[in-house]
Design a protein around this ligand. Sequence first.
Ligand code: ADP
Ligand code: MG
Length: 736
Amino acid sequence: MLTLESKIEELPAVGPAYVRKLQKVGIETARDLLFYFPFRYDDFSDVKKISEVELGNVVSVVGKIVDIQNIRTRRKKMSLTEALIEDETGSIKAIWFNQPFLTRNLKKGVNVCLSGKIVFVQDGFQISNPSYELLGSGQSLHTARLVPIYHETEGLSSKWLRVHLKAVLKLADEVEEFLPPSVIKNQNLLSLSKAILQIHFPDNEESAKAAKRRLAFDELFLIQLYMMMQKKKWQENKAIKIKFTRNIEKEIRDFIEKLPLKLTNAQKISSWNIIKDFKKNRPMNRLLEGDVGSGKTLVALISALAVVKSGYQVAFMAPTEILARQHFAEATERFSLDCMKNGVHSLECNKFQVKQNKPSCRLKPELQFSNNLRDIKIALLTGSESKILINEKVEKISRSKLMEKIKIGEIGLIIGTHALIGKKVKFYNLAYSIIDEQHRFGIEQRGKLQNEIVSIQEGLKTVPHLLSMTATPIPRTLALTVYGDLDLSLLDEMPRGRQKIITKLVAPANRNLAYKFIGGQVQKGRQVFVICPLIEESDVLEVRSATEEYEKLSKNIYPDLKIGLLYGKMKPKEKEEIMQKFSQGKIDILVSTSVVEVGIDIPNASVMLVEGSDRFGLAQLHQFRGRVGRGEHQSFCFLFTDSTASKTHQRLKALIRCDNGFELAEQDLKIRGPGELVGIRQSGLPDLAMASLADFELIKVVREEAEKIIARSGSLQKYPKLFEKLKKFTEKVHFE
Ligand code: ADP
Ligand code: MG
């Protein structure tokens, strides 16, 4: 007897070949098969008499085959199957292409149902390439109804799946309900068994919708519960509770006051929210989300200042050496203001030098920082260098000496790369970890900064407060699902006075004009990014296209300029070198695949050229664009595309109008669906949940219900079935 746990090889008519195919998509048991959902339906529910069919409509007709034969067309060497079907009102021709085997099943005299589109050919109406089904086999599966269409991967056809699903469908009744009755009632959800029946073979559109809603609710609800429980678990850890004295708060205020710039409101709010979190003895776990250039580093530094001034250590980790160096330069600039007196500092960072020449750096003497800001000790620790800011000077220091200083607590703020989570690094009293470009780190690496740097403080095991930063703009509702275990701070506002980047969609005919313009920019001393089209299917092709672009530019277009090439497969060290050269102005035009550093600050770059721009999401294009316009020069973003589709142009034009990453991400979400948002695709969400991420209403009620449940029973003790289901669910879904 079949049960939900029956292995697929026990199901009727499933041979070894299909067992393998099913296993490849994760189907091992009858239950798994029931939970393999269609992603859409063909609507064949409009059943018509043959005399009533209308041109262009998709209909089903029922009748007898009065004639059927295979024909070979001579010219195209194609095989055609032609049939004539008759009911009491008339007859109609049906045509199939390249399916000569059909005549084995469809014979003269049998009754069939055909579903397909009515077209007009030569002498009259035809039904073209219809789905078909012999009558008398009970409920129809492939015709005359809403017909489920499944993802046809691994050689599994929708037709095959329908037939075999039908065979296990009666088991749907045995699927246990796991949602608490209150949730089902509040949200007016279908029972799980009914939802499974209806998602595969819905009675009508409405019940298909209701089924989808129920099952999407389940996935989102489980994700939400998981996130909320993770959050609770994290908060059970102890953190160092930082008692800020009045003095320290005042110092932070002074520091902000005396910055040569005005914080945006969003920066202020985020900074204080973070600082407020430090006063708790539960560790903060916060995501700081903000467009490229929204000033996340400064928020990190302000909050770091509060911690260091209170006598604790801060670790600030960036994904690459060059970013770490950049942060170190910014930190030394902000915290040691000697540079403002004499304007010399021996840092090689390009950005830093540009800054020094700005009048904003020359503060009036009375605005200069109090002496005690200077004793913040800052270190840089990467794979290849270790440096320290001490007595207002940046000095090289041996790695082992630096480690020692970190260990005895002499250094307050340690900025670096993965080197920070190296085994040998021991902190004295780490209270706060910051991870920049968090999506660039694996979950494990993040975990290391989170959990393994456990410090023993006053006899207590503590974990550091954690701030993750990302420039991936994900709308808030989405973030609450995907990052539901984190608190969220948004920098949804750009610093004032930023120049608007001029964005243009360049028609292929104007390519040379654009090249000319770019040449002019380089002559003026500016630098240029060229992004090559995204080729998802193949790294090799992507590298090749970038290499070709590089060759073309350096040989044919700009033989006199220095062109650089950067792609994902290069060794990290090579990448760093190229970026370093670009940042030092030793490269004029950098050709890159889409991997180029998001966080990198090259104030001298003024043109971003994107090839094949139609292949990218708007939010991602916006991120590319954010890499220029960081200095004082008017900057440009040129979008190239070979596509002539007006829809594509419409979509790209949104980028010209809008310069808010969150708005663009929402448009992406509407136009292309959540899968296209960077960071979401990789999130490992199951299909329905993924597809439902644009359904803000559903996400909202899911959260409300999950909150109620967690409030009643934080570890789900009162809901054993739900607990079990969640356990199985999280085993299957691998959250990033
Ligand atoms: P991101 O959010 O992309 O990490 P950064 O922190 O690198 O952005 O900031 C980009 C640039 O803007 C830096 O040069 C930084 O010093 C500057 N900046 C940050 N906040 C402000 C502000 N409030 N006003 C003006 N410039 C700012
Ligand atoms: Mg940044």
